[in-house]
Design a protein around this ligand. Structure first.
Ligand SMILES: Nc1ncnc2c1ncn2[C@@H]1O[C@H](COP(=O)(O)OP(=O)(O)OP(=O)(O)O)[C@@H](O)[C@H]1O
Length: 366
């Protein structure tokens, strides 16, 4: 699957642009602020119906305009897929596949899968556990539609249970039966989420380790682990044990909403002991493992978008990484960088042909 043709109007700093893309590696080179990341974001829209960076659609409209339009022609299994996304100020977003409007945007997710690696993703390593749960939930839900419904159901019961705990504290009236009803629902949903996350992590960890060792040239030992209170005790016991604490704190303190991933380097926390380059390598290995996982599950290769990928990596790691993404396990790749000579140098060295685009202040030249 690959994107053949991309065009957009009034999208961020672009008035109008149209490009034909190569099936392999495409590199976009230009100065800071030229519009390289914006271009990747337009591709992200076509795949996931939204910006990677900013959830507010109207803020992607070029300043001074009142709409934007993004069009893409994809080739998938020999067929053409024409996708169009339009946003007008104060109107509902329009999204079309082969000229037909979608009833639900969610129906489009998974049709043209994509993995983006951006400098902003470092939050997965350095921020709180929510970022890491979001990461695994995103990967699992791109291949398992029931999973997203399960998460929504769990969060709904969680909100209701927390509201009841607050009500108990306010009124002093404790109704164990009503709490028991919420507990039953929370346990059923939570157990299914836990089993899916555990099964996912068993496969994912192996893929991640392989990618990290390749990029780093076996330079350091890293690890990831799934942390869940449900690994220690069954959910019903955990809820029973924590009821006094929950009543005092007026919220549910145990469950899969507390799950986390542990990231290590030489047995120590990656967040505290990893260098910037090691953290970046770790992040790239995580995202490439996501790519491999999606390929295995879907049976075809997603698009791979690498924004500002070379920063903080040494020459060895850059070469290894570019060798990796140019091989047959990967499909169409988009790369952005500020230096033309660096991009040319890397791809000459590994003897891979690349389609180069020069980006200047909202203009793209092939
Ligand atoms: N809605 C908008 N209207 C007009 N310009 C916008 C809009 N949104 C963003 N921009 C402009 O787009 C530019 C940023 O583009 P982008 O992030 O793609 O740069 P880049 O080429 O990736 O740069 P860097 O190398 O620094 O990462 C900024 O100048 C920003 O002001």
């Amino acid at each position: 699957m690959y994107l053949q043709q991309l065009s957009f109007i009034n999208f961020k700093n672009y008035a109008e642009a149209e490009i034909s893309l190569a099936e392999g590696v495409n590199a976009f080179v230009g100065n800071n602020g030229a519009g390289k990341t914006n271009l990747l974001d337009a591709v992200h829209y076509l795949s996931l119906c939204k910006s990677y960076f900013n959830p507010i659609d109207s803020q992607q409209i070029k300043q001074g305009s009142d709409f934007f339009m993004i069009n893409g022609i994809f080739k998938k299994n020999g067929h053409k897929e024409v996708v169009a996304c339009g946003v007008k100020r104060n109107q509902k977003k329009q999204f079309k596949r082969n000229k037909k409007d979608y009833q639900r945007l969610a129906d489009h997710i998974g049709l043209l899968p994509l993995v983006m690696i951006s400098p902003y993703d470092i939050s997965i390593i350095i921020e709180g556990s929510e970022e890491r749960r979001k990461f695994i939930d995103n990967v699992i839900s791109q291949t398992d539609h029931n999973y997203l419904d399960e998460l929504i159901a769990y969060n709904k019961v969680l909100v209701n249970r927390n509201a009841l705990l607050k009500q108990i504290a306010d009124t002093g009236r404790y109704d164990p039966e009503l709490l028991g009803v919420f507990d039953e629902q929370l346990i059923a949903s939570g157990m299914r989420i836990f089993e899916k996350r555990r099964a996912f992590m068993e496969v994912f960890t192996g893929i991640f380790n392989q990618h990290y060792q390749f990029i780093s040239g076996d330079a350091e030992q890293v690890g990831i682990g799934y942390e869940s209170q449900l690994l220690q005790d069954d959910f019903a016991t955990l809820l029973n044990k924590s009821i006094e604490r929950d009543r005092v704190l007026e919220r549910t303190t145990t469950g899969v909403h507390k799950d986390d991933l542990q990231f290590n380097i030489h047995g120590m926390a990656m967040k505290k002991f990893g260098s910037q380059g090691q953290q970046k390598s770790f992040l790239i290995a995580l995202k490439l493992a996501q790519y491999t996982f999606l390929t295995q599950k879907n049976g075809f290769k997603p698009l791979l978008l690498l924004d500002d990928i070379f920063d903080k990596l040494d020459d060895n790691r850059i070469t290894k990484l570019m060798q990796m993404v140019s091989n047959n396990d990967f499909g169409q790749v988009f790369i952005t960088d500020t230096s033309l000579s660096r991009v040319e140098g890397i791809f000459n060295k590994i003897n891979v042909s690349v389609k180069l685009f020069k980006v200047t202040e909202g203009n793209i030249d092939a």
